[in-house]
Design a protein around this ligand. Structure first.
Ligand SMILES: N[C@@H](CCC(=O)N[C@@H](CS)C(=O)NCC(=O)O)C(=O)O
Length: 215
């Protein structure tokens, strides 16, 4: 078994994939691509991933991109390793899938405007009213996700659903690098804040946090 994860520091999707590998206790090599150097657009990478995005997983002669597909593959290909990413019976597994799709279809849509406002707009391009509106939408969506908790984690036991959501929540806190007064805590319900702390206490968590965030 030789697994390589093509990764980009600060990509929520690449973060998910690394969390999945760690949860499965699989050995892997992480290759960090530089967005600023255009690594994802280089021909050798586009040959692996024609959508020029991270993550991409290479397992022997098998190449796979799309973070949710990577989690599903790792769980099915390595059933005896680590802990399951899609635990339980058909209904529990389907619930994990549903939650992951809700993250991609709804959560991402409300975190994107905040990320864009903080990281991609110059101060003179920022309209504070837009941030107020974005915060309102994010608060409502996070409250919705919060209603799903079944105990400590989204689907009950820790699962791929938690790894799907976590990086988008982490980005709300990361926004403070650009917007020091940004109240990230104020977006989250108490349940979501407690879950965030549980995620950050996972034994492999520190290993997965984006390298450039640690600098
Ligand atoms: N749906 C994809 C999204 C991957 C994605 O959008 N990755 C971004 C970084 S967050 C990327 O690699 N962008 C580089 C580019 O577009 O060249 C997944 O879940 O893996």
């Amino acid at each position: 078994m030789s697994i390589t994860l093509y990764y980009g520091s600060g990509s929520p999707y690449a973060w998910r994939a690394q969390l999945a590998l760690e949860h499965k206790a699989l050995p892997y090599e992480r290759k960090v691509l530089s967005f600023s150097a255009g690594d994802t657009r280089k021909p050798e990478y586009v040959a692996l991933n024609p959508r020029h995005r991270v993550p991409t997983l290479v397992d022997g002669d098998f190449v796979l991109y799309e973070s949710n597909a990577i989690a599903a593959y790792l769980d099915a290909a390595y059933p005896g390793r680590g802990a399951p990413l899609f635990p339980g019976d058909a209904r529990s597994q389907a619930t994990v899938w549903r939650l992951m799709m809700e993250v991609d279809n709804y959560v991402e849509k409300v975190t994107d405007p905040i990320t864009e406002y903080a990281f991609f707009l110059k101060p003179e391009q920022r309209d504070p009213q837009k941030l107020v509106e974005a915060r309102k939408a994010a608060t409502e969506e996070f409250a919705q996700m919060s209603r799903y908790f079944k105990g400590d984690f989204l689907a009950g036991p820790l699962s791929a659903a938690d790894f799907s959501l976590y990086p988008f929540i982490a980005f709300m806190y990361r926004a403070r690098v650009k917007l020091p007064d940004f109240d990230a805590d104020g977006l989250l319900t108490p349940a979501l804040k407690a879950w965030k702390a549980r995620m950050e206490a996972l034994p492999y968590f520190d290993k997965t946090s984006p390298p450039h965030w640690k600098q």
